[in-house]
Design a protein around this ligand. Structure first.
Ligand code: KG4
Ligand code: ZN
Length: 331
Protein backbone atom coordinates (compact mmCIF):
# COMPACT_ATOMS: atom_id res chain seq x y z
CA UNK A 1 0.00 0.00 0.00
CA UNK A 2 1.28 3.44 -0.87
CA UNK A 3 1.42 5.94 2.03
CA UNK A 4 0.59 9.64 1.54
CA UNK A 5 1.07 11.97 4.50
CA UNK A 6 0.06 15.61 5.02
CA UNK A 7 2.45 17.28 7.49
CA UNK A 8 2.21 20.60 9.33
CA UNK A 9 5.05 22.58 10.97
CA UNK A 10 4.29 25.62 13.15
CA UNK A 11 6.88 25.52 15.96
CA UNK A 12 8.23 29.05 15.59
CA UNK A 13 7.63 31.72 12.95
CA UNK A 14 7.22 29.69 9.76
CA UNK A 15 3.87 28.15 8.84
CA UNK A 16 4.56 25.19 6.60
CA UNK A 17 2.70 22.22 5.12
CA UNK A 18 4.05 19.37 3.01
CA UNK A 19 2.79 16.25 1.28
CA UNK A 20 4.95 13.14 1.10
CA UNK A 21 4.20 9.91 -0.78
CA UNK A 22 6.21 6.77 0.14
CA UNK A 23 9.10 8.89 1.44
CA UNK A 24 9.18 11.26 -1.56
CA UNK A 25 8.29 14.90 -0.88
CA UNK A 26 5.64 16.02 -3.39
CA UNK A 27 5.24 19.56 -2.01
CA UNK A 28 6.73 21.71 0.74
CA UNK A 29 5.02 25.08 1.11
CA UNK A 30 6.46 27.63 3.60
CA UNK A 31 4.91 30.98 4.64
CA UNK A 32 7.47 33.23 6.34
CA UNK A 33 6.32 35.76 8.93
CA UNK A 34 7.94 39.11 8.17
CA UNK A 35 6.17 40.97 11.01
CA UNK A 36 8.88 40.05 13.58
CA UNK A 37 11.75 41.92 11.86
CA UNK A 38 10.58 45.30 13.24
CA UNK A 39 10.77 43.94 16.82
CA UNK A 40 14.29 42.47 16.49
CA UNK A 41 13.12 38.91 17.26
CA UNK A 42 10.13 36.57 17.17
CA UNK A 43 7.16 37.92 19.20
CA UNK A 44 5.32 34.76 20.36
CA UNK A 45 1.80 36.17 20.31
CA UNK A 46 2.23 37.69 16.86
CA UNK A 47 3.61 34.35 15.63
CA UNK A 48 0.51 32.49 16.89
CA UNK A 49 -1.80 35.01 15.24
CA UNK A 50 0.08 34.75 11.94
CA UNK A 51 -0.11 30.94 12.08
CA UNK A 52 -3.90 31.24 12.54
CA UNK A 53 -4.12 33.36 9.40
CA UNK A 54 -1.71 31.26 7.34
CA UNK A 55 -2.55 27.68 8.16
CA UNK A 56 -5.59 27.11 5.93
CA UNK A 57 -4.07 28.69 2.77
CA UNK A 58 -0.70 27.00 3.42
CA UNK A 59 -2.27 23.51 3.76
CA UNK A 60 -4.37 24.22 0.70
CA UNK A 61 -1.29 25.23 -1.31
CA UNK A 62 0.65 22.14 -0.21
CA UNK A 63 -2.20 19.85 -1.34
CA UNK A 64 -2.60 21.69 -4.67
CA UNK A 65 1.16 21.65 -5.38
CA UNK A 66 1.21 17.91 -4.69
CA UNK A 67 -1.89 17.41 -6.83
CA UNK A 68 -3.57 15.55 -3.97
CA UNK A 69 -6.98 15.91 -2.33
CA UNK A 70 -7.71 15.38 1.36
CA UNK A 71 -9.36 12.01 0.72
CA UNK A 72 -6.06 10.69 -0.76
CA UNK A 73 -4.20 11.41 2.51
CA UNK A 74 -3.46 8.38 4.76
CA UNK A 75 -2.28 10.26 7.86
CA UNK A 76 -1.91 13.76 9.30
CA UNK A 77 1.42 14.68 10.93
CA UNK A 78 2.34 17.73 13.00
CA UNK A 79 5.21 19.15 15.06
CA UNK A 80 4.42 18.36 18.69
CA UNK A 81 7.64 19.71 20.34
CA UNK A 82 9.72 21.72 20.99
CA UNK A 83 8.88 25.32 20.12
CA UNK A 84 6.77 28.31 21.11
CA UNK A 85 3.70 26.87 22.82
CA UNK A 86 1.20 29.24 21.19
CA UNK A 87 2.66 28.47 17.76
CA UNK A 88 2.66 24.71 18.36
CA UNK A 89 -0.96 24.84 19.55
CA UNK A 90 -2.17 26.20 16.20
CA UNK A 91 -0.59 23.38 14.16
CA UNK A 92 -1.50 20.70 16.72
CA UNK A 93 -5.14 21.73 16.95
CA UNK A 94 -5.44 22.02 13.17
CA UNK A 95 -3.91 18.54 12.65
CA UNK A 96 -6.08 16.96 15.34
CA UNK A 97 -9.26 18.51 13.89
CA UNK A 98 -8.36 17.29 10.42
CA UNK A 99 -7.56 13.78 11.67
CA UNK A 100 -10.85 13.66 13.57
CA UNK A 101 -12.92 14.98 10.65
CA UNK A 102 -11.27 12.70 8.06
CA UNK A 103 -11.02 9.71 10.43
CA UNK A 104 -7.30 9.37 9.62
CA UNK A 105 -4.44 8.49 11.97
CA UNK A 106 -2.46 11.28 13.63
CA UNK A 107 1.38 11.32 13.88
CA UNK A 108 3.24 13.52 16.38
CA UNK A 109 6.75 14.55 15.33
CA UNK A 110 9.68 15.93 17.34
CA UNK A 111 11.09 18.98 15.57
CA UNK A 112 14.76 18.12 16.31
CA UNK A 113 14.37 14.53 15.07
CA UNK A 114 12.85 15.98 11.91
CA UNK A 115 15.82 18.33 11.35
CA UNK A 116 18.15 15.28 11.47
CA UNK A 117 15.94 13.17 9.17
CA UNK A 118 15.81 16.00 6.60
CA UNK A 119 19.02 14.31 5.46
CA UNK A 120 16.88 11.37 4.25
CA UNK A 121 15.06 13.63 1.76
CA UNK A 122 16.48 13.58 -1.75
CA UNK A 123 18.48 11.15 -3.84
CA UNK A 124 21.72 10.89 -1.88
CA UNK A 125 21.17 9.75 1.71
CA UNK A 126 23.46 8.72 4.58
CA UNK A 127 23.37 5.11 5.72
CA UNK A 128 22.85 4.22 9.39
CA UNK A 129 24.49 4.74 11.80
CA UNK A 130 25.32 8.37 11.02
CA UNK A 131 26.31 11.47 12.96
CA UNK A 132 24.43 14.74 12.61
CA UNK A 133 25.38 18.20 13.80
CA UNK A 134 22.01 19.94 14.21
CA UNK A 135 22.37 23.70 14.36
CA UNK A 136 19.27 25.86 14.63
CA UNK A 137 17.98 29.02 16.29
CA UNK A 138 17.00 27.14 19.43
CA UNK A 139 19.30 24.10 19.55
CA UNK A 140 22.82 22.87 18.88
CA UNK A 141 23.30 19.13 19.14
CA UNK A 142 25.49 16.29 17.96
CA UNK A 143 23.20 13.33 17.37
CA UNK A 144 24.04 9.69 16.69
CA UNK A 145 21.29 8.28 14.46
CA UNK A 146 21.13 4.51 15.00
CA UNK A 147 18.02 4.25 12.80
CA UNK A 148 15.28 6.76 11.82
CA UNK A 149 13.46 6.25 15.11
CA UNK A 150 16.41 5.86 17.46
CA UNK A 151 18.44 9.03 17.81
CA UNK A 152 20.94 9.54 20.64
CA UNK A 153 22.07 13.04 21.67
CA UNK A 154 25.85 12.87 22.24
CA UNK A 155 26.35 16.54 23.07
CA UNK A 156 24.52 19.85 23.11
CA UNK A 157 24.87 23.50 23.95
CA UNK A 158 25.12 24.53 27.59
CA UNK A 159 23.78 28.04 26.85
CA UNK A 160 23.04 29.76 23.51
CA UNK A 161 22.37 27.85 20.29
CA UNK A 162 24.60 28.41 17.25
CA UNK A 163 21.77 30.31 15.51
CA UNK A 164 21.43 32.55 18.55
CA UNK A 165 25.18 33.21 18.46
CA UNK A 166 24.74 34.40 14.86
CA UNK A 167 21.59 36.43 15.57
CA UNK A 168 22.80 38.02 18.82
CA UNK A 169 26.21 39.04 17.49
CA UNK A 170 24.49 40.38 14.36
CA UNK A 171 22.31 42.53 16.63
CA UNK A 172 25.45 43.87 18.36
CA UNK A 173 26.73 44.85 14.90
CA UNK A 174 23.47 46.76 14.28
CA UNK A 175 22.09 44.25 11.76
CA UNK A 176 18.34 43.46 11.62
CA UNK A 177 16.75 40.16 12.78
CA UNK A 178 17.40 37.41 11.82
CA UNK A 179 21.07 38.31 11.48
CA UNK A 180 22.44 34.83 10.65
CA UNK A 181 21.86 35.03 6.88
CA UNK A 182 23.26 38.61 6.82
CA UNK A 183 26.46 37.61 8.65
CA UNK A 184 26.78 34.82 6.07
CA UNK A 185 26.38 37.35 3.23
CA UNK A 186 28.88 39.93 4.59
CA UNK A 187 31.34 37.23 5.68
CA UNK A 188 31.85 36.20 2.06
CA UNK A 189 33.48 39.58 1.44
CA UNK A 190 35.62 39.64 4.61
CA UNK A 191 38.81 38.20 6.12
CA UNK A 192 38.05 35.45 8.68
CA UNK A 193 41.42 36.02 10.40
CA UNK A 194 41.03 39.80 10.82
CA UNK A 195 39.82 39.62 14.46
CA UNK A 196 40.11 36.99 17.22
CA UNK A 197 37.18 36.27 19.55
CA UNK A 198 36.90 33.97 22.57
CA UNK A 199 36.18 30.28 22.02
CA UNK A 200 34.67 29.01 25.28
CA UNK A 201 36.01 25.60 26.33
CA UNK A 202 33.40 23.10 27.52
CA UNK A 203 33.87 19.41 28.28
CA UNK A 204 33.06 16.40 26.07
CA UNK A 205 30.87 16.95 23.00
CA UNK A 206 29.00 19.95 24.46
CA UNK A 207 29.07 23.52 23.20
CA UNK A 208 28.98 27.03 24.63
CA UNK A 209 28.47 30.27 22.73
CA UNK A 210 27.69 32.86 25.42
CA UNK A 211 31.39 33.69 25.96
CA UNK A 212 31.80 34.45 22.27
CA UNK A 213 28.84 36.84 22.40
CA UNK A 214 30.37 38.62 25.43
CA UNK A 215 33.78 38.78 23.75
CA UNK A 216 32.22 40.41 20.65
CA UNK A 217 30.24 42.82 22.89
CA UNK A 218 33.36 43.96 24.82
CA UNK A 219 35.34 44.37 21.61
CA UNK A 220 32.60 46.44 19.91
CA UNK A 221 32.08 48.64 22.99
CA UNK A 222 35.67 49.86 22.56
CA UNK A 223 35.18 50.78 18.87
CA UNK A 224 33.70 53.84 17.19
CA UNK A 225 30.63 53.28 14.94
CA UNK A 226 32.73 54.36 11.91
CA UNK A 227 35.24 51.57 12.66
CA UNK A 228 32.45 48.97 12.87
CA UNK A 229 30.92 50.15 9.60
CA UNK A 230 34.27 50.20 7.82
CA UNK A 231 35.16 46.67 9.05
CA UNK A 232 31.71 45.05 8.89
CA UNK A 233 32.74 42.36 6.39
CA UNK A 234 35.85 41.40 8.38
CA UNK A 235 33.90 41.38 11.65
CA UNK A 236 31.21 39.12 10.17
CA UNK A 237 33.83 36.81 8.62
CA UNK A 238 35.75 36.56 11.93
CA UNK A 239 32.63 35.91 14.05
CA UNK A 240 31.40 33.31 11.55
CA UNK A 241 34.81 31.58 11.45
CA UNK A 242 34.82 31.33 15.27
CA UNK A 243 31.32 29.79 15.37
CA UNK A 244 32.26 27.32 12.60
CA UNK A 245 35.49 26.36 14.38
CA UNK A 246 33.63 25.70 17.67
CA UNK A 247 31.08 23.53 15.85
CA UNK A 248 33.39 21.51 13.62
CA UNK A 249 36.02 20.81 16.30
CA UNK A 250 33.36 18.97 18.33
CA UNK A 251 31.95 17.21 15.29
CA UNK A 252 35.45 15.92 14.47
CA UNK A 253 35.83 14.68 18.06
CA UNK A 254 32.46 12.88 17.82
CA UNK A 255 33.55 11.16 14.60
CA UNK A 256 36.84 10.09 16.20
CA UNK A 257 35.12 8.79 19.34
CA UNK A 258 32.41 6.83 17.50
CA UNK A 259 34.42 5.76 14.45
CA UNK A 260 31.45 6.80 12.29
CA UNK A 261 32.26 8.31 8.89
CA UNK A 262 28.73 9.04 7.59
CA UNK A 263 28.36 12.64 8.77
CA UNK A 264 25.54 15.16 8.24
CA UNK A 265 24.61 18.68 9.20
CA UNK A 266 21.06 19.98 9.61
CA UNK A 267 18.99 22.90 10.92
CA UNK A 268 18.74 26.56 9.93
CA UNK A 269 22.45 27.30 10.43
CA UNK A 270 23.36 24.51 8.00
CA UNK A 271 22.19 26.97 5.32
CA UNK A 272 25.36 28.97 6.14
CA UNK A 273 27.72 28.96 3.14
CA UNK A 274 30.87 29.15 5.26
CA UNK A 275 29.77 26.21 7.44
CA UNK A 276 28.78 24.13 4.42
CA UNK A 277 32.17 24.69 2.73
CA UNK A 278 34.20 24.08 5.91
CA UNK A 279 32.17 20.94 6.69
CA UNK A 280 32.76 19.50 3.21
CA UNK A 281 36.51 20.27 3.47
CA UNK A 282 36.70 18.65 6.91
CA UNK A 283 34.91 15.61 5.50
CA UNK A 284 37.47 15.31 2.68
CA UNK A 285 40.38 15.66 5.10
CA UNK A 286 38.96 12.99 7.43
CA UNK A 287 37.63 10.52 4.84
CA UNK A 288 33.98 11.11 5.80
CA UNK A 289 31.03 10.86 3.48
CA UNK A 290 29.26 14.19 4.08
CA UNK A 291 25.58 15.08 3.66
CA UNK A 292 23.67 18.38 3.81
CA UNK A 293 19.89 18.56 3.22
CA UNK A 294 18.71 20.45 0.15
CA UNK A 295 18.55 24.17 1.03
CA UNK A 296 14.76 24.43 1.52
CA UNK A 297 14.91 21.58 4.07
CA UNK A 298 17.60 23.24 6.26
CA UNK A 299 15.47 25.98 7.84
CA UNK A 300 12.08 25.14 9.39
CA UNK A 301 9.84 23.30 6.93
CA UNK A 302 7.09 20.67 6.93
CA UNK A 303 8.95 18.43 4.45
CA UNK A 304 11.19 17.23 7.29
CA UNK A 305 8.08 16.59 9.45
CA UNK A 306 6.56 14.56 6.61
CA UNK A 307 9.64 12.35 6.09
CA UNK A 308 9.88 11.66 9.83
CA UNK A 309 6.15 10.86 9.93
CA UNK A 310 6.65 8.39 7.07
CA UNK A 311 9.06 6.32 9.20
CA UNK A 312 6.72 6.59 12.19
CA UNK A 313 3.79 5.45 10.02
CA UNK A 314 5.74 2.38 8.88
CA UNK A 315 6.53 1.57 12.53
CA UNK A 316 2.88 2.07 13.55
CA UNK A 317 3.73 4.98 15.87
CA UNK A 318 0.47 6.94 15.95
CA UNK A 319 -0.70 9.58 18.42
CA UNK A 320 -3.91 9.67 20.41
CA UNK A 321 -6.34 12.55 19.76
CA UNK A 322 -5.85 13.65 23.38
CA UNK A 323 -2.20 14.61 22.68
CA UNK A 324 -1.06 18.16 23.45
CA UNK A 325 2.05 20.06 22.32
CA UNK A 326 5.08 20.72 24.49
CA UNK A 327 7.43 23.70 24.41
CA UNK A 328 10.20 21.59 25.93
CA UNK A 329 12.81 19.64 24.03
CA UNK A 330 12.86 16.24 25.77
CA UNK A 331 12.81 13.41 23.24
O1 KG4 B 1 16.10 25.66 12.07
P1 KG4 B 1 15.64 27.08 12.04
O2 KG4 B 1 14.97 27.58 10.79
O3 KG4 B 1 14.66 27.38 13.21
C1 KG4 B 1 14.79 26.83 14.47
O4 KG4 B 1 14.39 25.65 14.66
O5 KG4 B 1 15.38 27.54 15.33
O6 KG4 B 1 16.93 27.97 12.36
C2 KG4 B 1 16.86 29.37 12.41
C3 KG4 B 1 18.25 29.90 12.68
C4 KG4 B 1 18.28 31.41 12.94
O7 KG4 B 1 19.08 31.64 14.08
C5 KG4 B 1 18.93 31.96 11.68
O8 KG4 B 1 19.66 33.14 11.89
C6 KG4 B 1 19.86 30.82 11.32
O9 KG4 B 1 19.10 29.66 11.55
N1 KG4 B 1 20.26 30.88 9.90
C7 KG4 B 1 21.52 31.14 9.52
C8 KG4 B 1 21.51 31.16 8.10
N2 KG4 B 1 20.22 30.91 7.67
C9 KG4 B 1 19.48 30.73 8.80
N3 KG4 B 1 22.64 31.35 10.23
C10 KG4 B 1 23.78 31.58 9.56
N4 KG4 B 1 23.84 31.63 8.19
C11 KG4 B 1 22.75 31.42 7.44
N5 KG4 B 1 22.82 31.45 6.11
ZN1 ZN C 1 14.10 24.28 13.48
Amino acid sequence: MSVTILAIESSCDETSAAVCCDGTILSNFIANQTIHAQYGGVVPELASRAHMQNIVPVVDAALKNANKSLNEINAIAFTQAPGLLGSLLVGTQFAKSLALALEKPLIAVHHMQAHVLANLIGQVKPTFPFLCLTVSGGHTQIVLAHNPLHLEVLGETMDDAAGEAFDKTAKLLGLPYPGGPLIDQYAQLGNPNAFKFAEPQVPLLNFSFSGLKTSVLYFLQKQKPEFINAHLNDLCASIQATIIHILLQKLQLAAQQTGISQVCIAGGVSANKGLRAAFINMGKANGWETFIPPFEYCTDNAGMIAITAYYKFKAGQFADLSISPSARAEW
